[in-house]
Design a protein around this ligand. Structure first.
Ligand SMILES: *Cc1c(COP(=O)(O)O)cnc(C)c1O
Length: 339
């Protein structure tokens, strides 16, 4: 079979080692990892799921795939990820706990998960978010698609929440062409994730029995073989990118432009490196001039709460997300081949 095999098992074991987590389940891409994680946690049609507006569209899409609606919470300026203060504020004024479950007071919908995202590999205030969610009985799915190799207080991103998810898409720090994974210390969740991502087929029999709705989300063994070769080089990739980040920092410090750098309790993978301009006008000028000179630079994603399919969803003020959206630019961040 192409989607079970020795390389898939090896990839899972390697990820468990790299991230110091009990279980890794390899899947076909990062979006499927998010969808599976929400499914495992019981997110259902009509539920609401909290996330941030400043993210890649896959985070919100995975929520929609479950028939649930996203609630967009603002980010912190310094982490670019979900703000625990805004999260707390939203829950205090909008949520209520009934029979041990969290509900939105105005819509009546169950709030069945929260997905903070580690933007460009910079850790969010994940411990505070987990604590708030724990108090409100909301499970946490950590979208660490961009965070493999990053650490918060010396612990791998994707291992703080109930479930964490990774992506190995072509543009990510480690790639398998396409791929993703689920990380969890909960053995039941891992078992369920493995089961539903392989069409919920009961194995050990030649018959085709499927005991519940399943997905064809397993990582092909072929991709896993590529991924394994990449994972073996992760330390080299990370130190190469860190060297580039240090060069950038020195240069941009010298000309008075803010280069986003890790703080004392985090270690960043520098997946995509970013500059923060003082105004939108400066940002626009830089984007135009750099691209004109053949240097690919890009703004951050359009905010989710402004996209056609999400503009009617519940959203708080998004003051910081808008601030960052107008000022952050990604600059070339690839591994450098140095002779
Ligand atoms: C890349 C990415 C995903 C989705 O991963 P795919 O493997 O492309 O499906 C999800 N969330 C974030 C934040 C991402 O950057």
């Amino acid at each position: 079979m192409s989607s079970v095999g020795p390389y898939v098992n090896k990839v899972e074991a390697e990820l468990e080692k790299i991230c110091s987590v009990k279980k890794a389940v390899a899947v076909v891409n990062g979006t499927a990892a998010l969808h599976t994680a929400l499914h495992v946690l019981g997110v259902e049609n009509g539920n609401e799921v909290i996330t941030q507006s400043l993210t890649f569209v896959a985070t919100a899409n995975a929520i929609k795939y479950c028939g649930a609606s996203p609630i967009f919470i603002d980010v912190d300026i310094d982490t670019m990820g979900m703000s625990p203060d805004s999260l707390s504020k939203f829950l205090e004024s909008n949520a209520i706990i009934k029979n041990g479950q969290c509900f939105n007071k105005s819509s009546g919908a169950k709030i069945s998960a929260c997905i903070p995202m580690h933007t460009y590999g910079f850790p969010v205030r994940i411990e505070e978010i987990c604590e708030i969610c724990c108090n409100w009985n909301i499970p946490v799915v950590e979208d660490a698609a961009e965070g493999l190799g990053s650490k918060y207080k010396n612990k791998a991103l994707g291992t703080f929440g109930d479930i964490g998810t990774l992506s190995f898409n072509g543009n990510k720090i480690i790639t398998a062409g396409g791929g993703g994974a689920i990380l969890t210390d909960n053995l039941e969740y891992a078992k369920k994730a493995k089961h539903i991502t392989s069409t919920s087929k009961i194995s050990n029999t030649f018959e085709f029995h499927h005991d519940q709705l399943g997905f064809n989300y397993r990582m092909p063994n072929l991709n896993a073989s590529l991924l394994l070769a990449q994972l073996e080089q992760i330390d080299t990739f990370l130190s190469n990118k860190r060297d580039l980040a240090n060069l950038y920092k020195k240069y941009f410090d010298s000309i008075g432009i803010k280069f986003r750098y890790e703080n004392s309790n985090s270690k960043v993978n520098y997946w995509l490196m970013c500059l923060e301009f003082k105004t939108k006008k400066d940002r626009d000028l830089f984007l135009i001039e750099s691209n004109k000179s053949g240097v690919l630079t890009r703004p951050v994603w359009e905010l989710m709460h402004t996209l056609p399919m999400y503009c009617n969803c519940n959203s708080d003020e998004q003051k910081n997300a808008i601030y960052l959206q107008e000022r952050i630019v990604n600059i070339p961040s690839s591994y450098r081949y140095i002779k």
